[in-house]
Design a protein. Structure first.
Length: 281
C-alpha cells in the first residue's frame, strides 16, 4: 500500500520495484541492521528532566522573600496611613508579603469602606473575620479582618481591639459576608457588634451561658447535654466527669511505670536485724 504510485523522474536511474524494496527490508531485519536501542530515540532534554525530577529536594518549603513585593506593600501601607491618619495606628509587613494595618475601633467602617471602594485597593471580598483572646492585655480581644482584592490578586489584614464591655461597629453594611462571622465571634468570644442585623448565637445551643473560646472558660465547661427518655427532649445537666484530671510529672520517663521504680533504702532490713528477729522467735 505504501508503493501504489511509483514515479520515475530520471530514466537513466535504476528504480527498485516495490517487491525488491520489501525483500531488502526483510533481509535487513534478519541481519539485525535495524536493531537500534529505543532509548537512543529519546530526546536528551526529556532524559535530563526525568533525572532532575527524581533528585531529592533540598530547598526550604517556606515562602521565599520577595523584596519587590515587600516594598510595594510597604508603600501601599504608608499610603493608606497618610490618607486615614485618624484611624490607622500602625502598618507592618509580616511573613515577607503580608500587609497588616492596625486601626482604632472607631475606624472599622471608614477603613473597610476605603479599602473596598478605592481604585488602587478594591478589597471587595471579606475572606474571613475572627478574634484572638489575649487576657494579659487591657483590651483583651483582637478583631481580625482578612480582605482579598480579586482585581490585584492581593490580600490585606486589618486588626482592631476591644474588651468585654465595649462594643464594636458591625461590618455588615460594608461586607455582607461579615454577618455569620460576627455571630460566631459573639458566640465564641462574647464581642458585641453594634448595628448587627441579627446578632444571635450560631454554634452553641439555646440557653448556653458563657463563651467557650475565652481563655478563662474551663475546658470541661459547666454543663453537658443528653437526651432524656422520660421527658422526651434534650436536657442540660452539670458536668459529671468519670474521673478526676490527672497530673503527670514527666521529668523522668520511668516515673509512669511503678515496676521500674527503685525501692527506698529505708525499707531494706540489715543482716543484724534479721539475726535478732530469728533469736526472738
Amino acid at each position: 500500500t505504501l508503493f501504489r504510485s511509483l514515479r520515475v523522474r530520471d530514466p537513466g536511474v535504476a528504480v527498485e520495484t516495490p517487491s525488491v524494496m520489501a525483500a531488502t527490508c526483510v533481509r535487513g531485519l534478519m541481519r539485525g541492521a535495524w536493531r537500534v536501542p529505543v532509548a537512543s530515540f529519546r530526546p536528551a532534554a526529556h532524559i535530563q528532566t526525568r533525572l532532575q525530577g527524581t533528585a531529592t529536594e533540598t530547598k526550604p518549603t517556606v515562602r521565599p522573600k520577595d523584596a519587590v513585593t515587600q516594598k510595594q506593600l510597604s508603600a501601599f501601607g504608608e499610603y493608606v496611613a497618610e490618607i486615614l491618619p485618624k484611624y490607622v495606628q500602625q502598618v507592618q509587613v509580616t511573613c515577607f508579603n503580608e500587609l497588616e494595618i492596625m486601626i482604632h475601633p472607631d475606624g472599622v467602617i471608614p477603613v473597610l469602606t476605603f479599602l473596598r471602594d478605592h481604585t488602587n485597593a478594591q478589597f471587595k471580598s471579606l475572606a474571613d473575620l475572627t478574634a484572638v483572646d489575649i487576657p494579659s492585655r487591657q483590651n483583651r480581644f483582637e478583631i481580625v479582618y482578612n480582605l482579598l482584592s480579586l482585581q490585584f490578586n492581593t490580600r490585606i489584614r486589618v486588626k482592631t481591639y476591644t474588651d468585654e464591655l465595649t462594643s464594636i461597629d458591625s461590618a455588615v453594611p460594608v461586607h455582607k459576608a461579615a454577618n455569620w462571622y460576627e455571630r460566631e465571634v459573639w458566640d465564641m468570644y462574647g464581642v458585641f457588634f453594634a448595628n448587627h442585623p441579627d446578632l444571635r448565637r450560631i454554634l452553641t445551643d439555646y440557653g448556653f451561658e458563657g463563651h467557650p473560646f475565652r481563655k478563662d472558660f474551663p475546658l470541661s465547661g459547666y454543663v453537658e447535654v443528653r437526651y432524656d427518655d422520660e421527658v422526651k427532649r434534650v436536657v442540660a445537666e452539670p458536668v459529671e466527669l468519670a474521673q478526676e484530671f490527672r497530673k503527670f510529672d514527666l521529668s523522668s520517663p520511668w516515673e509512669a511505670f511503678p515496676t521500674h521504680r527503685e525501692s527506698p533504702e529505708s525499707l531494706k532490713l540489715q543482716e543484724g536485724d534479721k539475726q535478732q528477729e530469728s533469736k526472738e522467735k
